[in-house]
Ligand binder design. Sequence first.
Ligand code: GLC
Ligand code: CA
Length: 539
Amino acid sequence: MTKQKLWWQTGVIYQIYPRSFADANGDGIGDLPGILSHLDYIRDLGITTVWLSPIYPSPMHDFGYDVADYCDINPMFGTMKDFDILLAETHQRGMKLILDLVPNHTSSDHPWFLESRSSRDNPKRDWYIWRDPSPDGGLPNNWLSHFGGPAWTFDEKTGQYYLHQFVKQQPDLNYRNPEVEKAMLDVMRFWLEKGVDGFRVDVIGLMMKDPGFRDEPLNPNWDGKGEFGRLNHIYTANLPEVHELIHKMRNVLDAYPDRMMVGETYLPNDMLMKYYGTPEKPEAHHAFNFQLIVSPWDAAGVHKIVDDYEAALPAGAWPNWVLGNHDQHRLATRLGEKQARVGNMLLLTLRGTPTCYYGDEIGMVDGHIPTEFIQDPPALNMPEFAHIFGRDPERTPMQWSDAEWAGFSAPGSKHPWLPVADNYKTLNVAAQSKDPHSLLAFFRTLLSLRNINPALSIGSYRSLTLGNPVANASAFAYIRQYEDQQLLVALNFTDNEVPLDLPLQGIAQGLLSTGMDREGDLDLSTLTLGPNEGLLLAL
Ligand code: GLC
Ligand code: CA
């Protein structure tokens, strides 16, 4: 292994949900000047790459994932000048900036769709996916929207249905039309020319659909939660042809120095790895690895997930890990507040690029959203499952201080677009900045250790089998090694004390514990983890 690694391999990504990060003009919605005012905070966390969820013009039916113009900035968030300043200031601080690219669908307000729906013989008709009603006058087939109901909406004017895999204001583009492909590759070039460092590509696996529009088969393992799971989505997702398209996207990136692309991929290992492509036909630099999010949080299960993923990575593919994003309940809510530090320690010490979600560095929890405040389409469309699929709770305003609106907007501003979580008076950046043992202090220390120790950023990974079944069921331990530097990570997933029974002996040096209270020499042969404790040691 050479020490020469690229920024997207050694770095740490921080996802900002722009509506919720910081509101500079007091309209209750976060914006680019708000982000700018907190760039030093982000840099001082030890973050190296900022990812912005969509900032483009949008009628916000899916809060920006319904794009009405791919090459402009939503006035709600600021101007193109604000963006240029943000990009320059991010670079000025030695960080990278990546944007969210949403190629699968546009907004129904996008001029392309307005043209397409205007008549059957419009030149852009075929830019979207239009189908006649079935012979009995009903839906063209049984395809479903991820957000509830059918994936087809009837257009009275032209008498056909159009496809939308999300809300009906998000019509799917037709990538079997070469003009569409060219238009989207040009969108990528537009931002790359500006100096953007890459893209997170939304629902990357959905861009190609079955040309025969066959019905999808029933899913025998459906859990009954939400209609979408009723079918096996073999004709709307992960089609072989999508890989050809992603390879073309990669070629666009590769025409510019040092850019990267990460695909949104909720997939098991065998399918996930395909999104890296092959050495001859590379695709994404990272295929998001969400396995820690979608699996139960227990030591033996997580140990297996990490080992299996490491073993499945193709030669040359760089690993990555994610523990939170704008579509998933908060880390501290899913894992429990007592496990938030263990979760962050795992995320930031595994091999591969970590992606952190704003607010997880202070342990923000899901906010309580009163019914009248619910805004997220899956929660509105499937009220009985709002608590499962609703994404408002993990999108509440960033908790900067104990001031009004948690410092997200200045006092006296409009009510934020989502309510501030109840615990902001005590759980906020300002309070944690003053406390040397806070989660924030822990997060910063951990990231600084990651950034200065090559064993953590680029070293190898090897898990340890502990000496007895209770230890293996309760704790997960692994070694990261680079040249002669060896670091040990040991994490307790339980409320009990766990004697580790390590297959190691001698004295190790404690670098950091989750409680920030166990530094200095520690004897490996008798090492015991406290409840919910994680330790990082130098061997
Ligand atoms: C992705 C986004 C999600 C969005 C959906 C449709 O899953 O992460 O927020 O609703 O795509 O664009
Ligand atoms: Ca604003």
